[in-house]
Design a protein around this ligand. Structure first.
Ligand code: NAD
Length: 476
């Protein structure tokens, strides 16, 4: 790496990794074993489209197999390349370790712009890509389980699952070969919203710790906090929606590909999302100020900045100008290693990607468990739980009658208490628990060690320690 060049995404992840291992006591050689990517498979395949053969390039990278299956999304974008896929696979290893999802790290990508293809063409391309990966066990419920990422969603996951099933007709666990599927194809309630929901739970947990809030130079709760979101896609939209509707945060700006919308009073997230879906961008939206240079809006004054689009958007060229006190990395790698250093020096608190966007893989883990157990969560317990609650409500109603006007049940208590948890409630509860515990494991290191001054290093320390332990216990 030359002096003035911004590191690549993978170099950035390695630099952050190195920063953490430099203050750890790992056996010689283990550090390199954990850092390097085990294998990257490149595939080039042809698909006959519009009367000619078009060749596509795809990747599936396996970073670490200390636990199997390995897990990680598949991204569709023109910019996909080996360096990016390997960086994302490495992040998956650390992310899974941090949130205690029992997987190694992997990631995949296909170089294409999905907006240039019809749905039936995308299906053909996806099925062919899935075929190439599945025949090499790079899609397999016990070895490698993809999920959605940028440019892919439930639809692509359903095609992948179906392709795998056609190739493995006797595999009883076939639907566990990929996560993020639609419900009718073996998906789980709450997966689509999971990563954005996880960002919300991460911020809620952050705001439960007064010392942490103070470190960011903020005060109070999420209520009224001014938030800027970059990328109103799956992750950004859900995070913005939940934070504004449920926590009272104000989404003062949304930055998209074609510019940004600003409203100090808070944007109507639903309306902006509908506008983007209909017009493929934010320009022309009437109820907010439009700024063509979206990147500049990342530098606007706010309390919380949520980059939820792509990597490298905060780099050495703009980090100094960023005014947010707290940045939560909803996207993978939005802050380069150089920018990270500048922001740390400025005292900005960064909630790192490997924690902040782990909601997706956490709920993917629940989906995979559901697929392997062949039963929906809550199916056995729900009515039994309701019946037990009914007993208590009967007693309270008896008391109500006995005490007359001097006591009565709080309005809506009965209906809320009587409703047993369905799959969605259980998934949200499991996700909330995961995000709280993982945050606490990071902050414990952050506060306990003098040589750890940021949450990212703390997150890497926790994650690397767990991967190292697994290698030590099981061998290489
Ligand atoms: P998505 O494709 O649904 O949304 C991305 C959004 O970013 C789109 O609205 C797009 O228009 C916008 N965007 C693209 N380039 C931009 C630019 N230069 N400036 C501003 N906006 C731009 O993707 P997603 O699934 O929401 O993923 C976003 C990020 O979150 C990625 O880094 C991804 O790796 C990460 N992530 C996603 C998941 C998941 O479950 N989907 C899980 C973990 C991490």
């Amino acid at each position: 790496m030359t002096e003035n060049r911004e590191p690549t995404f993978r170099e950035s992840v390695d630099l952050m990794f190195n920063r953490a291992v430099s203050i750890m006591d790992l056996p010689p050689g283990l550090e390199e074993k954990i850092r390097v990517c085990n294998a990257t498979y490149t595939v080039r395949f042809g698909v006959r489209l519009r009367g000619r053969i078009q060749t596509f390039t795809g990747y599936r990278s396996v970073h670490s197999e200390h636990m199997e299956p390995v897990k990680g999304g598949i991204r569709y974008a023109l910019a996909v390349n080996q360096d990016e896929v390997e960086a994302l696979a490495a992040l998956m290893t650390y992310k899974c370790a941090l949130v205690e999802a029992p997987f190694g790290g992997s990631k995949g990508g296909l170089c294409l712009d999905p907006s240039q293809y019809e749905e039936h063409e995308l299906e053909q391309i996806t099925r062919r890509f899935a075929y190439e990966l599945a025949k090499r066990d790079l899609i397999d419920p016990s070895q490698n389980v993809p999920a959605p990422d940028m440019g892919t969603g439930e639809r692509e996951m359903a095609w992948i699952a179906d392709q795998y099933r056609r190739m493995n007709t006797s595999d009883i666990n076939a639907s566990g070969c990929v996560t993020g599927k639609p419900i009718h194809a073996g998906g789980i309630h709450g997966r689509v919203e999971a990563t954005g929901r996880g960002v919300q739970y991460a911020l809620q947990e952050f705001f439960r710790h007064p010392e942490d809030i103070e470190k960011a130079g903020l005060e109070g709760t999420l209520e009224g906090k001014r938030v800027i979101v970059q990328g109103l896609g799956n992750v950004g939209y859900h995070a913005a929606k939940f934070l504004s509707q449920e926590d009272g945060a104000r989404i003062v700006a949304v930055v998209e590909r074609d510019g940004a919308l600003i409203d100090d009073m808070g944007l109507d997230v639903e309306a902006v999302r509908n506008w983007i879906s209909a017009h493929h961008g934010v320009s022309g939206y009437a109820d907010a100020k439009y700024v063509a240079d979206g990147a500049k809006v990342l530098e606007m004054e706010c309390d919380i900045l949520i980059p939820a689009a792509l990597e490298g958007v905060i780099n050495v060229s703009n980090a100094d100008a960023v005014q947010a006190r707290l940045i939560i990395e909803a996207a993978n790698g939005p802050i380069t290693a150089g920018a990270d250093e500048i922001l740390r020096r400025k005292g900005v608190v960064i909630i790192p990607d490997l924690y902040a966007n782990a909601g997706g893989v956490t709920v993917s883990y629940f989906e995979w468990v559901k697929n392997l157990s062949h039963i929906r969560f809550g199916r056995m317990q729900r009515r039994q739980e309701e019946a037990r609650h009914q007993l208590l409500v009967n007693e309270l109603e008896r008391l109500d009658r006995y005490l007359g006007d001097s006591w009565s049940m709080t309005p809506h208590f009965k209906e809320k208490y009587l409703r047993g948890a369905g799959e969605l409630e259980l998934v949200r509860s499991g996700l909330d628990d995961t995000m709280r515990i993982a945050y606490q494991s990071m902050r414990e290191v952050w506060h306990a060690r003098d040589d750890v001054t940021d949450l990212r290093t703390a997150a890497y320390l926790v994650a690397i320690d767990r991967v190292a332990l697994s290698y030590r216990e099981k061998g290489l």
